[in-house]
Structures are given as C-alpha cells and as structure tokens.
Design a protein around this ligand. Structure first.
Ligand SMILES: O=C1O[C@H](COP(=O)(O)O)[C@@H](O)[C@H](O)[C@H]1O
Length: 261
C-alpha cells in the first residue's frame, strides 16, 4: 500500500490558523467522546499553548462548535523535570494560558501532571508517568501502545518535537512509552517525553508552527527531510498527521498545501 502524506494547512495569520485548529480539535474531541466517552489528548509546551488557547477560548458559534473540557483527559507530550510552578514547566504554561481561564463548570475531567516527588530521579519520573498512562489506557499487558485521540505538538527550530531531539538515541526507543532524557540540547537538560512509537500511534497528530523563525527547518522537514524527529512523525503517521502553520513559517517550502475545509 502506498504511504500517505501529511496534511499541510497554511494560513495567512494566527487568527485564521486558530479558527481551523479549533474546528480540527473539536472534530477530534467528538470522535474520541463517541468512541470511549472521553477525549484523551496530549499537549506540548513552547509556543503551542498560546495558539491553542486562542483557538479554544474563542466564543462558540453554535452547538457544532462546542469545546466540552469536562470530557477532556489532558496529558503532557513532554515535560521538563522542574516544579509545577517553575517558569520552565510545560504544565505551568498550559495552566496559565488555558486551564486558569476556563470557567469552573468547564474544568477538565483530568489533567495529568508529572509527579514532582521524583524530580531527583528522572528514570523514576518517566516510569511513574508511564504508569499514569497505563492506568488510563489499560495495562501494558493488554495494549502494546496507548492510543491518544490527539497529540498537539510543536516543532522546534532544530526539528525536535516533544523532547525528541535530532540525532538523539531516544529516537530509537522502541519499548518504553515514556522516556527520560538528561542531556536535552535545549535547556533545561532533564525532561521526560512520550516516545516516537507512542506519538506515531495516535489517532491524530497535529503540529502547530508559526513565524519566519521556523521556515528553514520546515524546508528541511518537508522538502529534504529524513531523520529529523518531526519528519519521522510525518513519515510514520502519514495522513493522520496535520500541520497548522502560518505563511511565514513555510515561505519557500515546495511541499503541496491543502485547503482546510
Ligand atoms: O522544549 C520544547 O520545545 C518544543 C518546541 O517549542 P516551540 O517554542 O519551538 O514551539 C515544544 O513543543 C516542547 O513541548 C517543549 O518542551
């Protein structure tokens, strides 16, 4: 069977991007709720939470356009080994940008932060987070890999995603669902991350990349691209993977864009 290609959706600016991202997330949410009564979604840090908040906190235009956070089970695609109120914490960022702005009757069913008791031992931190996934997705004996309804990812200027960095041995991790990294080239060095098999096994994977600072790496990912973590996700997830980008981020990229309908 021929391999499918990722969907590349480009928008003139972040307002139009956020509008389309909202529709896509709501569609993923509704499919998840229909399948198993909840929406299991993993989010990233970096620039993503701001755009995500712009998408999700916008007023609803009708019943079809409803974000039901009470059915959301939120995980972190990667997390830095820092306290939950630290400026480097992905949890703190998502909380400040999105969760703190939700009305009391729209609090998520669950928000799975790391267990900070294990900050001093990142293997244990990763193992404990994996146990959180096991508890939510059923035991490791019964499922080979957890299947998220949606992963919301960023793309670093070096082509990293989650805390999976170019050329790092973690890209070859085939067994763990969650892995520690203690030599992240981007500070802080100690982190945990979902592994590549878990990322590419999701029902849907969405990347959000904005701004001219991303255009060189986007050319490498889409036009040259083998080996970079984001390109590996594209390759394995094919058309289950969608990119929401603004025009400056893909200036000079020749990979065909799709219209978001
Ligand atoms: O370190 C990280 O960086 C990536 C990309 O961040 P961005 O600011 O370039 O969008 C992010 O997706 C990841 O969660 C974070 O830990």
């Amino acid at each position: 069977m021929p391999k499918t290609q990722p969907n590349l959706y480009a928008f003139p600016g972040t307002d139009a991007l956020a509008q389309a991202l909202r529709a896509y997330v709501i569609q993923s949410q509704n499919a998840g709720i229909e399948r198993h009564g909840v929406f299991k979604v993993a989010v990233s840090g970096g620039s993503l939470p701001k755009t995500l908040a712009a998408a999700l906190l916008a007023p609803s235009s009708g019943p079809e356009d409803t974000v039901d956070f009470t059915k959301w089970e939120i995980f972190f695609a990667d997390e830095r080994a820092v306290p939950l109120d630290h400026e480097d914490s992905n949890y703190a960022l998502v909380k400040a940008e999105l969760l703190d702005k939700l009305p009391t009757d729209q609090q998520p069913a669950a928000v799975h932060a790391i267990n900070v008791e294990h900050l001093g031992d990142i293997q244990e931190l990763a193992d404990q987070y994996e146990q959180t996934l096991v508890a939510s997705f059923a035991s490791r004996d019964s499922v080979r890999l957890p299947i998220f309804d949606l992963l919301l990812l960023g793309c670093g200027p070096d082509g990293h995603t989650c805390s999976l960095f170019p050329g790092h041995e973690l890209l070859r991790e085939a067994d763990a669902w969650v892995a520690p990294i203690e030599d992240s080239p981007k500070p802080p060095p100690k982190r945990i991350t979902l592994t590549l098999p878990v990322v590419t096994h999701a029902v849907r994977v969405a990347f959000v990349a904005t701004g001219g600072g991303k255009k060189d790496i986007m050319k490498q990912i889409f036009d040259a691209g083998e080996g970079l973590p984001c390109a590996l996700v594209n390759e394995a997830a094919g058309d289950r993977c969608s990119w929401f980008v603004d025009e400056p981020a893909i200036e000079g990229v020749s990979f065909p864009r799709r219209a978001y309908l």
